[in-house]
Structures are given as C-alpha cells and as structure tokens.
Design a protein around this ligand. Sequence first.
Ligand SMILES: Cc1cc2nc3c(=O)[nH]c(=O)nc-3n(C[C@H](O)[C@H](O)[C@H](O)COP(=O)(O)OP(=O)(O)OC[C@H]3O[C@@H](n4cnc5c(N)ncnc54)[C@H](O)[C@@H]3O)c2cc1C
Length: 392
Amino acid sequence: MAQNYDVAVIGLGAFGASILYQLARRSVRVVGIDLYVPPHDRGASHGETRITRQAIGEGEIYSPLAIRSQSIWRELEEETDERLFLDCGFAAIDSSGGVSNLHGRTGFVDRTIEAAVKFDIAHEVLNSEEARYRYPGLLVPYDSKIYFESGGGLVFPERCIKAQLSQARRHGAVVHTGEEVTEISSQQGSALITTRLHEYRADQVIVAAGGWAKSLLAGPATSQLRLLRQTLHWFEATHPEIFDSAQFPTFIWTHGKGIEDSFYGFPNVQGLTRGVKVATEQYGDTIDHPEALQREVSVSEASMMHAGHVLGRLAGVTDKPLKSVACFYSQTPDADFIIGPASLDSRVTLVSACSGHGFKHSAGVGEMIAEHLCGKAEIPAQFSPARQDGVR
Ligand SMILES: Cc1cc2nc3c(=O)[nH]c(=O)nc-3n(C[C@H](O)[C@H](O)[C@H](O)COP(=O)(O)OP(=O)(O)OC[C@H]3O[C@@H](n4cnc5c(N)ncnc54)[C@H](O)[C@@H]3O)c2cc1C
C-alpha cells in the first residue's frame, strides 16, 4: 500500500536536501528519497569545499539567491552548532583583458562588479600590485583587474547537506536512503512514485536527481542536459602558510578567451583540507550516465592542470598532487538553471541547478521552491525548462 505525502523530493544532494528542509519547516508532509546515503561522493555535491560569492557575474537573477543562501547557512549554523560557511573572502581575477568566457558569459569580472554595484554588495576593485601585496600566493600579472568581496568565501558542501537533512527530520520530514526511484507516474489525481522497495503517493514531486535526472525523466526538459566529467586536484605548496584560510581567499581566475581558460581555487582550511585545491571547467569529456564516470584521475591529468593553469600563477604550488578526484556536473546549453514543470503534468517539478555554479544558491533555491509550493512565490521564467525549446 502506497504511503501518502504532500510532496516527495527525489534526490537529496545540495538541492533536494535544501528543498526538503524548507518544506519540513513549513509543516508540509514531505518524504525525501535518495539512491545513496547523502552526503555521499557519487554525485555533484562532494569535495570538501565550494566557492560562495554574493555578486554573481552569471546574471542578475542569481545574486539574491546567493545572499539568501549565506543567511540560511548562518541560521543553520546556529541551529546545528556546525561550521558551514567560511567568509575568508573571494577574488575574481581577470588577466584576459576582459575577453574571458565563463559559465556562458563574457567579461566575468566586469559583470561581477556590475552585480556588486546593483545589489550594494561590499567590494573592492584592486590593481595587480595591491592584490600581490595582499595575497603573495597570487602571482597576478601587471595588467590584471581584481574584484574582491570580503563577504565571499567557501561553504562545506557535505556539512550543509547533513545539516539540512537533520533539521528536515527534526521538523518531521521522512527520509529514505539507499532507495532508487524507478518510475514516476500519474494516477487518480496524484503522482505515484515507485522505488525498488516501496510506492509513495504525493500531490507534488520534486526531481532533484542531479546527473541522474535525464534517465529518470526522459523528455524535452532533460534532453539537452550534458553530463561533463570534471577533475579536482590538491597540490602541495612549498609555503602552505600563505594559502591558509586566515589570509587567503577563494578565487576564480580567468586568463584567456576560451571557455576552459580559467581556473578556481581554495585556501587551506586547518584541520579539514590539505594542499591547495584547484580545478578548471572542463567541457570536452561527456558521459552518458553517472555510473559511466571514469573515477580514476591519471597523473597526466594533474600535470596538465598544473601546467595549463597553476604554473606561474600560484606561488610555490608544486606539480605534486596530494590528491585528485573525478566527478561530474550537468550542463544546460545556456548555463542557466532549469527549475520548473518537467512536462505538461504540473505535479512534477524538475530542479537541475548546476552547470558548475549551483551550490552557492542551493539554500536560497530550496526556500524559493518551498515558498512556491506553498503558493507564496513564483519561479522566475528564466529558469523554465520550456526555454530550451525556444519558448522562453
Ligand atoms: C567539481 C565541481 C565543482 C563545483 N564547484 C562549485 C563551486 O565552487 N561553487 C558553486 O556554487 N557550485 C559549484 N559546483 C556546482 C554544485 O556543486 C552543484 O550545482 C550541486 O552540488 C548540484 O547538486 P544537485 O543536488 O543538483 O546534485 P547531486 O548532489 O548530484 O544530487 C543528486 C542526488 O540525487 C540522487 N538520485 C539520483 N537518482 C536517483 C533516483 N533514481 N532515486 C533516488 N535518488 C536519486 C543521487 O544519489 C544524489 O544524491 C561544482 C560542481 C562540481 C561537480
């Protein structure tokens, strides 16, 4: 016999966990179901740290979500006594002469500065000398432009997911892990969710299945999602103290006009991370399904990352990887999120908010979706799945 809920959330990564938490605290009868036991390392929400920033060069729609997310994490820190967000600062560096192309947009640093002005976000624009003096780890060339946001920094993704799931449970959410949803169908005026173990009925279904969304919800809403393999590297530094989070920010550095001519990095967080973590955006290695991911990272991949991005830009960061991991994210053609009805059946909402820049918005997106389901907020049309058919 099927269990009955107001809402079923499928997938409890960054987005599913935040949606579950926000619905539960609004006293909605909600069940969350995940294939694994989140937080886990099989999806897109692991790897110790994620960059957060308030001024979002990817588009005006995003800054309010990022700002709200930071507030929610601070509230959750109070409730759980767990450190979730470290405001070690964020630097966006442009040494491309303003022609960079990141997350589907050109001129990332200039757009970031525009967003900071528009949303009244505290920031500084530094020249190369000022940036090098303040952060000796950053070997910024002399003609660069640097945006610095003291309120930016990093979040701990696994901790954020864990905190939201535990608070969701505290507010009455039911959580089923290790359970794969195999089908979602409509039956007698509600949705029927079938897993390998149970059946559930719900008035509304949220599909936040990350890279699995395409196989769970085949159709126009997901057909243009591409799964891109990414690698992350932690390199040894000769002077680790200059990369300590007490004095080094997170950064995104655009240094050319190609879509892969950028990299980003993190400070060392004492007691949690070891080595300087860096990564770039990789668009060339697509996979059909998360389970097809090549998880081993070769020595030559680490060497290419170091030679192509790190060498000559980060002081004393050697080409010795302490650790490298592979994961994936889903990419939309315009790099914007997809949040909206998955088909004509308005009972099923697809939340595919990645394209490599989703985590910092996840807590705010969860709140927006919960408010929407409670009839108090609209989801912006910019996120509509229909835009992909040119129906925007
Ligand atoms: C390498 C990398 C670096 C990134 N860096 C940043 C950054 O610095 N800043 C930033 O803001 N964002 C960043 N992002 C993006 C951000 O991490 C993602 O947007 C976000 O984590 C995606 O979360 P998700 O909930 O959509 O997916 P996931 O975390 O993958 O969650 C999907 C969940 O669905 C479950 N699931 C799948 N299928 C089923 C099924 N059939 N039944 C039940 N459960 C199912 C899975 O088990 C999984 O738990 C990065 C992403 C990557 C990969």
